[in-house]
Design a protein around this ligand. Structure first.
Ligand SMILES: C[S@@+](CC[C@H](N)C(=O)[O-])C[C@H]1O[C@@H](n2cnc3c(N)ncnc32)[C@H](O)[C@@H]1O
Length: 378
């Protein structure tokens, strides 16, 4: 089954369960990766100078506050580097926001007037000419004419595969590459990943100009052998919520047995191996960093006025942490699950999931193992 058939878009709109309102966790990851982004841009301009028109794309931009904040950050860096280098001319910028066709581009476009206004206020006389457009389509294939892109950015999108790998029939009660998966499952996932990441690099290799940079942040795996450590325990807990519902007759067993997430978390060696074998790029930087599952919880408490529910010492009770971690994982997994199991089970499923997450967070301090890489086009 292809990814489009299982509907890989984030939850649309501005509602309580939307990605736009539940992407504070990714925002923390984006800010941790900020210095790599800044350094990469500086190095690119130091090597090649400023182009007359700087063309960039955010691949898998989704729809929410994170999308345009990254563009604003890139513009800020360009202006700083330009001042440091005493460059008078301001480059024009063409920014493409890319995602799959089901993405909520309308919601994103509604944020543009305030983005342009803030940009003008922040940069005053230096207001940079920035032209933003939406670009629907899969990044596992060509999106641009040859040799036209200067810079490619992507955060928290590349862990999505182009399709569910073939050969997962034996992965019955698991919904991803879990520690309990039979051995052939790992290879089936890894094969799909190598194919997809190679296609991704070859497409960008054709679209980018020589010396152009690509900064990619994605969720990775801390160990080479996926059977030795469960870096995706959040999916294992989601699977156990589904098993519970099968046992209560609320979900069909055959539906559970035929469901697998089209997500892959590669190890350092796998990422390096594909880049080396594909051959279009040099790997300039590789920086792993951890973000706790509940890193966004304090932030969310403030933004949603949930302060009144804080515990005596100001700590956030486990049941609220469980709910807020469930909310953020729901915003990116709900469409895929709803298209397979039907939307009627969704509230019940994530209610159970929040409880399991709360119990887990009470005894463990889990983190996502994220990877940021910078590549330069040969
Ligand atoms: C978790 S969101 C990340 C959004 C945003 N970049 C951020 O950091 O907050 C992942 C996005 O990747 C998009 N995506 C997944 N596969 C894709 C593909 N093959 N081509 C383009 N976008 C894709 C999804 O639709 C989703 O919007």
């Amino acid at each position: 089954m292809g990814v489009k058939e299982v509907d890989v878009h984030m939850t649309v709109g501005n509602g309580a369960t939307s990605y736009a309102n539940n992407s504070a966790h990714q925002k923390i990851g984006i800010s941790k990766a900020k210095y790599v982004l800044d350094e990469s841009l500086k190095e690119m301009f130091a090597d090649d100078g400023f182009p007359d028109c700087f063309k960039m794309v955010d691949l898998g931009c989704s729809s929410g506050p994170n999308t345009l904040s990254v563009v604003a950050q890139i513009i800020g860096t360009i202006l700083r580097v330009r001042r440091l280098n005493n460059v008078d001319e301001l480059p024009e910028m063409e920014v493409f926001l890319n995602d799959l066709e089901g993405n909520d581009f309308n919601n994103l476009f509604k944020l543009l007037p305030s983005f342009y206004k803030k940009l003008k206020e922040a940069t005053g006389n230096e207001a940079i000419r920035c032209f933003v457009s939406g670009l629907p389509g899969s990044f596992y294939g060509r999106l641009f004419p040859s040799k036209t892109l200067n810079f490619v950015y992507s955060s928290f999108s590349l862990q999505w595969l182009s399709k569910i790998p073939e050969g997962l029939e034996d992965n019955k009660e698991n919904i991803h590459m879990a520690m309990a998966s039979p051995p052939g499952i790992f290879e089936a996932y890894a094969t799909q990943y190598r194919r997809d990441f190679t296609t991704f690099l070859t497409s960008r290799g054709q679209e980018m100009v020589r010396g152009g940079r690509m900064v990619l942040t994605f969720v990775g795996r801390s160990v080479e052998d996926p059977s030795t450590r469960d870096d995706c325990a959040h999916f294992t807990l989601l699977a156990s919520s589904l098993i519970e519902m099968v046992n209560e007759g609320l979900v069909k067993e055959s539906d559970l047995h035929s469901f697998n997430m089209p997500i892959y978390t590669p190890s350092k060696q796998e990422v390096e191996g594909v880049i080396h074998n594909e051959g279009s790029f040099n790997l300039e930087k590789f920086e792993p960093f951890l973000v706790p599952w509940d890193a966004h919880v304090k932030h969310e408490d403030h933004t949603r006025g949930r302060i009144s529910q804080l515990g005596a010492e100001g700590s956030v009770p486990d049941h609220i942490r469980g709910k807020l971690v469930s909310d953020f994982i729901r915003a990116y997994t709900e469409p895929v699950l709803a298209s397979h199991f039907g939307s009627s089970i969704i509230d019940n499923l994530y209610g159970r999931y929040a409880k399991k997450l709360a119990e887990y967070l009470a005894r463990e301090q889990p983190s996502f193992f994220n990877i940021i890489i910078c590549l330069s086009k040969k």
